[in-house]
Design a binder for this molecule. Structure first.
Ligand code: ZN
Length: 298
């Protein structure tokens, strides 16, 4: 089944229209439409496959344990960057929450890399993961408790100091419901940290429908600081701050060049990624990906 919206799924306005058509470059080669709401400015993937149909649009290899081994140079670089990012994420959580230790929920924890780092640093951690294979891997190798999205309702209200979504919210079907649900799980001074691609970034505006972070139909929602402020307020959050995720722009630019079929795509992507990165130093809201720091309103 496909999910067709006649109204904006965020604000309910009828004022929605086609923004652009995008190809699924990663898996199916199918074309999907991205619609934009002229009231809240949210962009969403129109006629996306529903939860029962979407599994075939995910390349399962990325979740398999063997992809976790550093086999060649690129894999080793990727692994090193990932470790660097994990350490940055830990520091970020510590700084934003003002706590050295606490209770944290990683929503969409994948194979549990971030959860594992937080656990080692003394945090009490739980994970939520929809993919069974990844869930089992995370539980087995990271020794953390991993739950299905349905069991999130079983957590005690107000029991988490921090809830993180590292490039996860854009994949989630029940968008508003999920934000409302996590608000209840946060302690009164709890913080939600949500990392998302930014559709008004320099790289997005340059690559348009070749922009790799549209990633249809896996990405259902395409936000920027303006549209994300709207849904945050609607679901009872205040945006306390916005930060950049510095490495995404290189990866996204290289992948976008590949989508365009460019000659010397890797080099062009790295070069343009560097330009976009440098430009974004003068305007955070044009960064490829952003981290939103949310505080529940009471
Ligand atoms: Zn809207």
């Amino acid at each position: 089944m496909r999910i067709h919206y006649n109204k904006c799924p965020v604000c309910g306005s009828n004022d929605i229209a086609l923004y652009t058509d995008c190809k699924d470059f990663q898996v199916s080669g199918e074309v999907f439409s991205i619609f934009r709401c002229s009231v809240c400015l949210t962009e969403f993937t129109q006629d996306a496959p529903d939860e029962n149909e979407v599994a075939k649009y995910y390349v399962s290899e990325t979740y398999l344990p063997h992809s976790d081994k550093a086999k060649n140079f690129i894999a080793r670089v990727y692994y090193a960057v990932r470790q660097l990012m994990l350490r940055r994420k830990h520091r970020l959580v510590k700084r934003i929450t003002g706590k050295r230790r606490g209770r944290i929920l990683d929503y969409g924890c994948g194979m549990g890399h971030f959860a594992s780092v937080m656990k080692k640093k003394g945090w009490e951690i739980a994970g939520i993961e929809i993919n069974e294979e990844a869930r089992n891997y995370a539980a087995k190798y990271s020794g953390i408790e991993v739950f299905t999205p349905e069991s999130a309702g079983l957590f005690t209200k107000g029991s988490f100091d921090c809830i993180t979504f590292w490039h996860v919210l854009e994949h989630i079907y029940r968008l508003r419901e999920t934000l409302v649900k996590i608000k209840k799980l946060l302690s009164p001074d709890g913080i939600a940290i949500i990392a998302l691609p930014n559709n008004m970034s320099f790289d997005s505006l340059n690559y348009r429908n070749y922009w790799a972070a549209y990633d249809v139909p896996r990405h259902l929602w395409h936000f920027n600081p303006v549209s994300f402020s709207y849904i945050a307020a609607l679901t009872g959050f205040e945006i306390k701050g916005i930060k950049r995720l510095p490495f995404d722009v290189f990866y996204i630019s290289v992948l976008s060049e590949k989508n365009k079929g460019s000659v010397l795509g890797f080099l062009r992507g790295m070069f343009k990624g560097t330009i976009f990165y440098l430009l974004s130093l003068f305007d955070l809201t044009r960064s490829s990906s952003l981290i939103y720091i949310l505080k529940p309103l009471h």
